[in-house]
Design a protein around this ligand. Structure first.
Ligand SMILES: [Zn+2]
Length: 425
């Protein structure tokens, strides 16, 4: 077996060597040189061969150009637009355009603030008159936080019944304690804030709703004064009192009441919407602050209970006759450098000491005032009371966030002496 193996390997080796030798032999053959005979030159005048003649004849046919007719056309002229007619469009110079919406300003802008149109008096048949112009007065600074008390007798414990962006100014011509400019309307025991119907009315402070219905509702309530002239009205009994007395706030003439009797409210909660129900001739909220009893004749001036705006204060005061009694229905003017800032009038028939409940107006237990001006920007002012022909003027420095009190009275000692009086000096 071993021997035959050796023979097989030898045969395979011989075959491989034979194939390799054959390959090498074939590729070692000498190169074959091919010689091509040179073309026989043709004589220059020799006639073309037949194939050349045929080829030239075909080329001549194929390249024969198409006949081009001679049309004798004029020289090319580029087209031109037809002559245009007279334009029927009127050209208007810019300065001649009628009704130009941007007239050239002829004066430089000034810093004069635009005139704000205030409420317009509009007497109603029932004696209550309200504003015709119910436009909000625009931006107002935010009110101070409550409770606010810089002075020992300050009691700014209520927030405003409307937002700062609404009109929260008391109608100046029908202030608390006034019977109107014509002295022929019912004495006002609250303040009116004209606003558009639907403006939100907010609770002045935390408490419980003790009335939430139309004033004409036939409810046998002995604990509070209610009248049909209020329209839709809400009364809140507050969680806080003053000098041992209860405090109630009343919001009248609502278009919608949004709370129920017995409901708890917090300061600023929405309790209803501005309206014109009851005896009004324009939408507003009538606000009362009732102290002690829930009665119409227990109402005090709300401007001494609502926190003023930031940077403003409240001015309260007493205007007295020469005998020291409170002067009623006297014009009070607050002015600054000769410009009137606010006006009001003193209370009609202010309740004198010892008087009981009747149609008199109740001064604040802390201040015993007979006029109040709200939201007065801090600063120096002249304040004038006009009693008959007499004008009594004082200066006052209004501080923000507090009640600024002033007394204006006829001093008997200051009565002008006759011109011919002997000179004592
Ligand atoms: Zn009112």
């Amino acid at each position: 077996m071993e021997r035959s193996h050796h023979l097989q390997g030898l045969l395979i080796l011989l075959v491989v060597v034979a194939i390799g030798g054959l390959y090498l032999w074939q590729n070692s053959q000498p190169s074959i040189v091919v010689s091509v005979p040179a073309a026989t030159p043709t004589a220059p005048d020799a006639p073309p061969s037949d194939w050349q003649a045929a080829l030239e004849a075909q080329l001549a046919i194929a390249s024969t150009p198409l006949p081009t007719p001679d049309l004798d056309m004029p020289a090319f002229v580029p087209p031109t637009l037809p002559p245009s007619a007279e334009p029927d469009v009127e050209v208007i110079e810019p300065e001649a355009i009628p009704g130009s919406p941007w007239p050239t300003p002829t004066t430089a802008p000034t810093d004069v603030a635009p005139t704000i149109t205030g409420p317009t008096p509009f007497p109603s048949p029932t004696g209550v008159f309200v504003a015709q112009n119910n436009e909000p007065v625009g931006f107002e600074p935010p009110p101070e936080q409550v409770p606010l008390g810089q002075h020992a007798d300050d009691h700014f414990w209520l927030v405003r019944p409307v937002d700062a962006s609404a009109n929260s100014e008391s109608l100046f011509y029908y202030p608390f304690g006034s019977d109107g400019p014509g002295n022929d309307y019912r004495v006002h025991h609250g303040v009116d804030m004209p606003n558009p119907i639907g403006e939100r009315i907010r609770a002045g402070g935390s408490g419980t709703v003790v009335w939430a219905a139309n004033g004409a509702t036939l409810a046998d309530r002995e604990d509070l004064d209610m009248y049909p002239s209020y329209g839709n009205v809400v009364i809140i009994e507050h969680d806080f009192g003053y000098r041992g007395q209860k405090i109630f706030t009343l919001y009248a003439h609502m278009s919608a009441i949004l709370v129920e009797e017995g409901q708890r409210v917090e300061a600023g909660d929405i309790i209803g919407l501005i309206g014109g129900t009851g005896d009004v001739s324009g939408p507003h909220v009538h606000l009362e602050v009732r102290l002690g009893e829930n009665r119409y004749f227990s109402a005090v001036n709300p401007l001494l209970w609502i926190a003023p705006y930031i940077e403003t204060g409240v001015v309260a005061g007493r205007v007295t006759y020469a005998d020291g009694t409170l002067a009623d229905d006297v014009l009070v003017t607050l002015s600054r450098r000769g410009r009137v800032i606010e006006t009001t009038s003193t209370y009609i028939r202010p309740r004198q000491p010892g008087q009981t409940r009747d149609w008199t107006v109740v001064p604040d237990p802390a201040w015993q005032e007979n006029f109040v001006l709200g939201d007065v920007p801090a600063g120096e002012y002249d304040i004038t009371a006009t009693i008959g022909e007499r004008r009594i003027t004082s200066t006052i420095t209004v501080k923000a966030g507090t009640t600024n009190f002033v007394t204006l009275g006829i001093d008997p000692a200051a009565t002008p002496q006759p011109a011919d009086a002997p000179d004592e000096s």
